[in-house]
Write a protein that binds this ligand. Structure first.
Ligand code: PMP
Length: 361
């Protein structure tokens, strides 16, 4: 295990490995009661009562990290909290990919930010299209991966197809790429996957697996921007060196802790159950709508639907105030719209707009 993480760490950019982590004033505060080391205001801002908003927040808020470790059933040292999982994607690419030389591997159609982060860093993107049934073609992916490939992104359930990637597929990739590349498993939508097991279950045996989770979807906190990377503690420490000094605003920490209280989690579970039942209702109903060619099976909180004339449907929905995502430009998704599962009323509006009456559950 430890041999395996040290070899993988050698694959990170040497200049980052050599860097000292920035030590922020808040990290040095210790037990002090008169805090004059961070050029903060001694008074709370107007309208915030006796909040501590005049103080910089904890760079990795202890209570939140502890709660996230409990939620995801991993050790606190394996948790990096960031500004949405988007930030973790960016940090990984910056830490591992040398500009103009290194590459990442993805299987499109998939979430767009992996490629955006790579291109921003000057890293090329090796693309291996998903198979026709939207499964990841591991052999084709491995055949294209070279020594320059540092990160392999697997999104499960995948955005925008909704398909779940079996753990065995992820394990095959991790085994084949041991000591060579980090397999980053993006589980932004895993809570909607009917109890599917997280790739965190591979962390004990595969140091080259990292998992992304977010509070933006199932926990209804997209506005607070709280994402988590779960990985070997040494990878967490590596990314801390290049992360912004105070990535999580104090107000967002409070909102996240409230959402993750026992009542908050119970409410999230009830809402997930509603969304799963609604996903079933839409999946059963939509095939009967004029112009619907296919409703792809989904393990996420959206459906990828192929229409005979997606542009016409998109415009017709928009005219009724309903906006969906046109994903037709993605390879293999011509004519597809991605429809988020909304509240029961919102979903009924979608069915009505497509000329369907409600289908009883
Ligand atoms: N991964 C996937 C697959 C996503 O679809 C999204 C958001 N659309 C993200 C990550 C980013 O999530 P966050 O809000 O945590 O940055």
């Amino acid at each position: 295990m430890s041999a395996s993480i040290s070899k993988l760490l050698e694959r990170a950019r040497p200049e980052i490995l050599a860097m000292q982590a920035y030590s922020s004033a808040r990290m040095e505060a210790g037990q002090a009661t008169i805090m004059l080391n961070a050029n903060e205001s001694p008074w709370a801002p107007a309208g915030s009562g006796d909040s501590e908003l005049n103080r910089y927040p904890d760079p990795q808020p202890k209570a939140l990290r502890t709660r996230l470790a409990e939620l995801y059933d991993v050790a606190v040292e394996q948790i990096l909290v960031g500004r949405g999982s988007d930030e973790a994607i960016d940090l990984l690419v910056r830490a591992f990919c040398h500009e103009g030389r290194d590459t990442i591997a993805i299987s499109p159609p998939t979430f767009g930010m992996y490629a955006v982060a790579a291109r921003t860093q000057g890293a090329a993107v090796i693309e291996t299209p998903l198979a026709a049934d939207f499964s990841v073609d591991v052999d084709a992916m491995l055949a294209r991966i070279t020594d320059s490939t540092k990160l392999v992104f697997v999104c499960t359930p995948n955005n925008p197809t909704g398909a779940l990637v079996p753990l065995a597929t992820i394990e095959r990739l991790a085994t084949a790429l041991r000591d060579r590349a980090l397999v980053v498993v993006d589980e932004a939508y895993l809570e909607f996957a009917d109890g599917a097991m997280s790739a965190t279950s591979l962390l004990g045996t595969h140091a080259n697996v990292a998992v992304l989770r977010t509070l933006s979807k199932a926990h209804a906190l997209a506005g607070a921007r709280v994402g988590t990377l779960i990985a070997h503690a040494e990878i967490v420490a590596l990314l801390r060196r290049i992360q912004a000094p105070y990535p999580i605003p104090a107000l967002c920490v409070d909102a996240a802790l409230a959402a993750l209280s026992p009542q908050g989690v119970a409410q999230a579970q009830e809402r997930i159950a509603v969304l799963l039942s609604e996903r079933g209702r839409l999946s059963r109903s939509l095939p009967a709508a004029a112009g619907v060619l296919a409703v792809h099976p989904s393990s996420a909180n959206f459906l990828c639907v192929r229409f005979a004339d997606a542009q016409k449907t998109y415009k017709a929905l928009l005219a009724l105030g309903i906006i969906v995502r046109d994903v037709g430009r993605y390879p293999g998704l011509a004519g597809c719209l991605r429809i988020t599962i909304g509240s029961p009323q919102e979903n009924t509006a979608v069915l009505g707009a497509l000329g369907l009456q409600e289908v009883a559950a």
